[in-house]
Design a protein around this ligand. Structure first.
Ligand SMILES: [Zn+2]
Length: 77
């Protein structure tokens, strides 16, 4: 599932939950090759904060969405 896509709610970010169990910031403005792999909720939230600090378009409530639903909030079968 995706948390935000470029162009939705003024978002400059495209972040989604990868099937392999991490969150990806795809086409990230900060990094080359523009795909940032986030391996924990804290890492993901720090990353969103970095985008906010740079005044990139970050949809309201993105942090709550990530905190509420993420690959680490579910126990593995
Ligand atoms: Zn990013």
């Amino acid at each position: 599932m995706s948390y935000c896509r470029r162009g939705w709610d003024g978002s400059d970010l495209y972040m989604f939950e990868h099937v392999d169990g991490f969150i990806e910031c795809s086409g990230c403005a900060f990094d080359d090759p523009w795909i940032v792999v986030l391996n924990s909720v804290d890492e993901a939230l720090d990353h969103v904060a970095k985008h906010r600090a740079a005044r990139h378009g970050v949809p309201d409530g993105l942090e709550e969405q990530i905190a509420g639903e993420n690959p680490w909030s579910r126990s593995e079968p």
